[in-house]
Design a protein around this ligand. Sequence first.
Ligand code: PLP
Length: 512
Amino acid sequence: MSTIENQGLMRHSDKTVLSIDNKYLSEANLDTFIDILGRTITNTLRFRIETDCVRSAEVGALVSDKNTTQSLSEDGMSLEELIQLYERSILPACINFGSPKFMGFPDTGTQLGGILGAILADLLQQNLINGQICSPSATQVELTVLQWFRSLVGYEVFPLASVWDVGAIVTHGGTLSNTIAMMLARENHFPGSMQLGLRKMKPAYLVVPRGIGHYSVKSAQMWLGCGSHLLEVPTQNYRYDLDSLKETILAHAQDVMAVVAYAGDSRTMTIDNLCGVRDVVRSIRNNIWLHADACHGHLLGASKKHESMIDGISSFDSISIDPHKSIDIPYTASALLVRDPSTLKKISTYSDLIMQQDFSIGQMTPMIGSKSWMSLKIWFAMQNLGRKGMGELVETRIDNARLFADLIRDHPDFSLLNKPDYHSVIFVYRPEKIKCDQRLVNEVNSAIYREMVKEGQWYLHSFTLPADDLRQGLVRPLRYMSGNIRVNETKLIEILDYIDQLGARCLGDLVL
Ligand SMILES: Cc1ncc(COP(=O)(O)O)c(C=O)c1O
């Protein structure tokens, strides 16, 4: 078989051969490369449709042996050699979020349009920093996708005379989207701080629901030089307790920089009472920055049946969304949407290295320079699913979460800790004989989690949560997240049996 390497050599037989020349895409190696690409992609996609979460619970030889660091090849390896190494040592220990036994997170990365768009974006090498010279059609695709998301959450969509009319930016993840939202909140609270710096040292409080928020907003407050001034408000059923929210804000009214509400918090996926939160905040001070973290919940806007759950979100000043979580596209893709597009000008970037053209997105994206074409996979996925398909996805997730919650309720060895709003079911293994011993309940659930990860067949997630119904400290629950539509009723019954048996074993070990 001819290899890319010797094709390169033949081409340069009459001049000095550059040893790396044949390792770059060219006419001479195109066919061989297509063959290699096809075979590798096929093997990888076969892995993605396997049943267990990992092929080998052992971490790959490449990284597992702490005593041997893989040395960097001196002369370079051929693609065939690299693929063998990848298939032997790297792929088998990759975790497969798309397996029907993977129930930890919704981001499976299995939406076909999304996969195609992700591959094409990598092949096309467009840079979303500048429109005309780096990404002429990509910029248009990106702005289009952002407008679709605006309409999903009920924000007004404006005609585009320039990038400044779109009122949204694509970022690399929810953490960055939330951080940029906090930057807007800071600028709103300390006008001019972008230019003048933070000269007034009065506090800039950030209000969040206690125990369920994502770390990104708290960290952003510190990353942005505002210090750690967090006001954590008690919740009821994982939603802001509105009386406590009011009391908290009133106690610090002039110093509150932002209030963050979740349309799908990271742990329970509860959708907060967004109208209620808005009304409380606005009744106290009209210019407190209101941010909705809808990294998960924005997709509810695609379902006629469930869209009312995010009523009120369009009156928030900013909304973060994570399509890599919501529509199963390959990592990563997020966006920050702002109600009033002109606010983005307050945190704009000026440099003559970024074109000051109407359609240079880089002017609008703080903390991001070169940017890959993340929006192409979103575009492919949204067009592939259509609004109806996205609605169906939401409805299937909610149906599956409710089904699993019913299975938990009916099972004597488990306790349900939330009434699922969207796609998260929180529960603990708690058989009758240990019901009142919360320390043991936590220990056994932690042990179940550790053993499950070690065995590598199934995956449920685990974390700490304020013990709403147990009324004592923190719980260490397990969580089924019904994002993965390959998970069906049979698998839900099977995992409960598996956890029940594992729980009995772990409990036996603990009380021995
Ligand atoms: C509610 C919420 N917000 C923000 C984030 C951060 O998103 P990312 O991991 O894309 O940075 C997460 C991640 O799980 C999340 O659940």
